[in-house]
Design a binder for this molecule. Sequence first.
Ligand SMILES: *Cc1c(COP(=O)(O)O)cnc(C)c1O
Length: 376
Amino acid sequence: MEFPPPLLDAIPDNPYLLLTPGPLSTTKTVRAALLRDWCTWDRDYNDIIQRLRADLVGFATARAEEYTATLMQGSGTFCVESAVGSAVPRDGRLLVIANGAYGDRIAEMARVLGINLLVQDSGEVGPVDLALLDRNLAENPDITHLAVVHCETTTGMLNDIAAIGKIVKKHQKTYIVDAMSSFCGVPFDLAELGIDFMISSANKCIQGVPGFGFILARREALEACRGNARSLSLDLYGQWAAMENGGGKWRYTSPTHVVRAFCQAVEELKAEGPAARHIRYAKNQKRLVAGMAALGFRTLLAPENHSPIITAFLYPENCGFTFNEFYTHLKSRGFVIYPGKVSKADTFRIGNIGDVHIEDIERLLGEVSEFIMHNS
Ligand SMILES: *Cc1c(COP(=O)(O)O)cnc(C)c1O
């Protein structure tokens, strides 16, 4: 199918770069792709959906025949809730590994849904204790499912989903991974890691605009979800069955413009290549940390726990630093950053995913340097 080239000159520049990991800065071509209307039951639109579903599986694993993609309306949280609320049966029990706000959120949704729950809490900055996980699974044979966040966006911590997966599979549990902020930014293969359900969204490393997310599932595991859901609109099996049997139809109104823009983002990801995108993000993050260190900023986490997605920095001490002044200065120079999200330390976060390149990081470091000079 053909898409006419968008009128790029008519698309305004963004007033500042978002150094926030979703929504993030998108390309002009992605934003231009928003500018037409679509019919949700027409072939033109449904063909886009089917191609997207196949592309997503292709990004996720070399064993494409074992997996299937379902798109779901809403933000990333809706998709995690859909997966958790549909995967765990009424007599099942979920172990959630939590080391940050997003792990805590999975535990919270399990409580709201009335799912029998065990939480393995590693604190806000602690890596996952694998020996404890092994023990928890051995001592609680009623656990059927395990959920963990890959990149804990609260701190930037990258959890070792390969090592966790080995233990989960040794105990023959169903493995759910929230890879919202890492999918297509950090390479991994679902089949290799034994992941049964993986969740991500349009507005993270694929660099689309917000409005929907997606769940990649091992076909067999998904087919076993029929009748499990605690919600009609978030019924993953129901959504999948409608899409699969309807040639790409969504059950309820889909975010058509957002989906079309996502399609453009996927083409741009293919053109860049997921491996090259990972390298771009990693270079951004390493340059950021090195440059900030030279200006006196320390990171919250030890370097070996960092993801290439987002970094939490501690406030510098004894210099009257305030986040508000820092934020306002950077915003006036074209950069928007994130406040911190941990309770035990004063931090701010800088993300480096999206249409963000090394020269943007260099420019940011120049502005941080200027701020430091005028405030010390
Ligand atoms: C962004 C994100 C989510 C989803 O957040 P929404 O605000 O619902 O889009 C979930 N988990 C992680 C790890 C995330 O980074």
